[in-house]
Design a protein around this ligand. Structure first.
Ligand code: NAD
Length: 431
């Protein structure tokens, strides 16, 4: 099939690459000329494991090309995917300006019937708004809601072998085309769920808010665990063994971050309010997440008697989670900004995300070794659970730090072992 993907970011690039891999002819469109220039030179602007070999194959074989020309790319395509940002607005709602502006442009194409397929996370009612815009222009296009569930760090695996594909459409022809498009990705029998546009839109927010709620629940329990002398890891293991609960998303830590959970939970709460409803669990999820970083900051504050000015902190991990270079809403960056405001010095290391973090906080000195970040620091603060931090050389850590203090926001090490090694060790929900 001939496909255009509008927006070539984390979702759009992966979508374009994977759809080209199964034989489609894909053009990825972006408004950022620098990004397009990089892509045309074979440079991949994001870190995503497994992306590169497929990218090389589909670009060298001419099945994936890049364009800044939305109209031209759309005109030659049967299917047009929207993978545009839908960031948070001040009132918590999702900013649909890009999705609607692009829809208005697409509405002018009337020579044939095309599918406009929304991969962006958009609130309930967006497909209906898009349909109205198309109808007003007399466009024959069909809107399909096809929310994306890929995880950064596993994006290729998730796209190629999705747990499920959700397709919101009331149109039989669109349903048939979408089934054909996704057939190569569900050969193992994973389901394609067809539903209304509204259900598909809500399903995406429901999934993200539920996962965020699991994290907030554990973070709240971690605070109680510390008060009553329980160990949140033991509690987690025992909970997770029950398959009604499941093992994942039960890790206490610094709170969720990233480009999706924070904005999507807020947008869901906002949507509910616009219907005169308060989603109490969703609102509480937000509140707990907001206070979790404060809870962690307090550990640092208290250890230094409220005086972190003039102290040097080594920070391991800047990405909002491992295996990505994405620092959007990363707890590490919030923590670093706070420490810098308080007058501390930061020596940060991340295996992949340093460049993106540095664009946000240019005062960070460039350090490309995890042990070099420790030199002369008063404490180590762990913000992202990259695999290489899991079994470090503790002797090297002890030798490089001026004081043997670790604040572990990801509960990477057993507290007993750390005490035996002579560290003052602060983690989350464990004494
Ligand atoms: P992103 O910021 O990485 O990429 C968006 C791209 O769109 C950028 O390259 C930007 O330059 C481009 N763009 C912006 N306006 C444009 C326009 N008018 N015309 C052409 N290009 C334009 O965003 P993302 O992380 O890929 O997210 C895209 C959508 O997918 C969001 O709604 C997000 O919530 C959703 N989503 C993201 C993930 C994820 O893990 N990142 C997962 C599922 C869903």
């Amino acid at each position: 099939m001939k496909i255009a993907v509008i927006g070539t970011g984390y979702v759009g690039l992966v979508t374009g690459v994977c759809l080209a891999e199964t034989g489609n002819q894909v053009v990825c469109v972006d408004k950022d000329p620098h990004k397009l220039a990089q892509l045309r030179q074979g440079q991949i602007p994001i870190y995503e494991p497994g992306l590169e070999p497929i990218f090389r194959r589909v670009t060298s074989q001419g099945r994936l090309i890049f364009s800044e020309n939305l109209e031209e790319a759309a005109a030659r395509s049967e299917l047009i995917f929207l993978a545009l940002p839908t960031p948070e607005q001040e009132d918590g709602s999702a900013d649909l300006s890009r999705v609607l502006a692009v829809t208005e442009i697409l509405a002018r194409l009337k020579d044939r019937r095309r599918l406009i397929i929304t991969k962006s996370t958009v609130p309930v009612g967006t497909a209906a708004r898009m349909k109205k815009l198309l109808e007003a222009e007399g466009s024959p296009a069909i809107v399909v809601s096809n929310p994306e569930f890929l995880r950064e760090g596993f994006a290729i695996e998730d796209f190629m072998k999705p747990t499920r594909i959700v397709v919101g459409t009331s149109h039989p022809e669109a349903r048939e085309i979408m089934a054909r498009l996704y057939q190569p990705f569900v050969r193992q029998g994973n389901p394609i769920y067809f539903m209304s546009e509204e259900s598909a839109e809500l399903a995406k927010y429901a999934a993200n808010a539920f996962l965020a709620m699991k994290i907030s629940f554990m973070n709240e329990l971690a605070r109680l665990a510390e008060k009553c002398g329980a160990n949140i890891d033991d509690v987690r293991l025992s909970m997770g063994a029950d398959d009604r609960i499941g093992k994942r998303f039960l890790f206490a830590g610094l709170g969720y971050g990233g480009s999706c959970f924070p904005k999507d939970v807020k947008a869901l709460a906002h949507t509910a309010r616009s219907y005169g409803l308060t989603l109490a669990l969703t609102e509480a999820t937000l509140q707990v997440n907001d206070s979790q970083l404060e809870f962690f900051k307090n550990k640092i504050r208290q250890r230094f008697d409220g005086e972190i000015q003039g102290k040097t902190f080594a920070v391991w991990g800047l990405a909002f989670k491992p295996d990505t270079d994405d620092v959007r809403e990363a707890p590490a960056l919030k923590l670093i900004r706070w420490m810098l405001r308080e007058g501390a010095r930061i020596q940060a290391f991340d295996p992949e995300a340093f460049g993106n973090a540095w664009k946000e906080i240019p005062e960070l000195p460039k350090i490309n070794d995890m042990y070099a970040a420790l030199e002369g620091a008063d404490a180590l603060v762990i913000c992202t659970e990259w695999t290489q931090f899991r079994t470090p050389d503790f002797e090297k850590i002890a030798a490089a730090l001026t004081r043997k203090i670790i604040f572990d926001g990801r509960n990477l090490y057993p507290p007993d072992q750390m005490r035996q090694l002579g560290f003052e060790y602060f983690s989350v929900g464990r004494l």
